[in-house]
Design a protein around this ligand. Structure first.
Ligand code: SAM
Length: 216
């Protein structure tokens, strides 16, 4: 796969568009300038990669909209070297952005062929990535605690298990909705052992989180 000057030009334009939509975290924007989103697209559809829109990746799943990737990456408010869990690897694009931001990344995906494809793409990134196949709806307690947990599928509720896997000061960013296809972004910050600060943010449309702690 090649990253041509045309791809790079379109990418810079998209990133400028994200900045006008309110993304102002330099580390997020510069990581997104460096990650060729068309690498994570189905073959033959790369001409759609630099629109600010989600796109189907097979198995009824989608690569998230660039604004959503930027927004969630900004909300977790992480520093280089911190430990992040992503639930829903999908295409691997969000994972690549987080790796470019310098985090130690654990990412879990339910659909094995998607994880395998993402794994091949993520090998090119120098960061430390741990790819896990399985149901991440209740996190991955084996590797906890995390500085941040980012959920990239829509959940019906917030599972206590996820909250327990945060370090003190850590953040959970998760879309929650009563309906399967409509959510409101939530950010929960762990203030102390038993105290969490909850923020309810904008409206989003994610594919549903499945599994034990998701939509059955
Ligand atoms: N972050 C992805 C990207 O950058 O392409 C977008 C992911 S897509 C919107 C949501 C993903 O979550 C899908 O690939 C889906 O299979 C996965 N998923 C849904 N429920 C899951 C669960 N319980 N555990 C792990 N992955 C799950």
């Amino acid at each position: 796969m090649i990253d041509t000057a045309v791809h790079q030009g379109r990418r810079h334009k998209l990133i400028r568009e994200l900045a006008t939509k309110g993304i102002d975290n330099h580390s997020v924007l510069s990581a997104m300038v460096r990650v060729p989103r068309h690498f994570f697209f189905p073959k033959d559809f790369e001409q759609y990669a630099y629109r600010d829109a989600a796109f189907p990746i097979g198995f009824d799943q989608t690569i998230s909209q660039p604004f959503t990737v930027a927004y969630q990456s900004q909300l977790i408010d992480i520093q280089k070297g911190e430990k992040v869990l992503e639930i829903g690897t999908g295409s691997g694009y969000q994972a690549a952005v987080l790796l470019e931001m310098g985090v130690e990344l654990y990412t879990i995906e339910y659909i094995k062929p998607l994880l395998q494809k993402a794994s091949a793409l993520l090998k090119k990134y120098k960061g430390n990535v741990h790819l896990i196949h399985g149901d991440g709806s209740k996190g991955v307690p084996k590797y906890a605690p995390f500085d941040a947990i980012i959920v990239t599928a829509g959940a019906p509720t917030i599972q206590n298990e996820l909250l327990k896997q945060l370090k003190i000061g850590g953040k959970l960013v998760i879309p929650i909705g009563e309906a399967k296809d409509n959510q409101r972004m939530h950010r929960l910050t762990r203030i102390s052992e038993n105290k969490f600060h909850r923020e309810v943010l904008g409206d989003f449309k994610f594919v549903p989180l499945v599994g034990d702690g998701g939509w059955k």
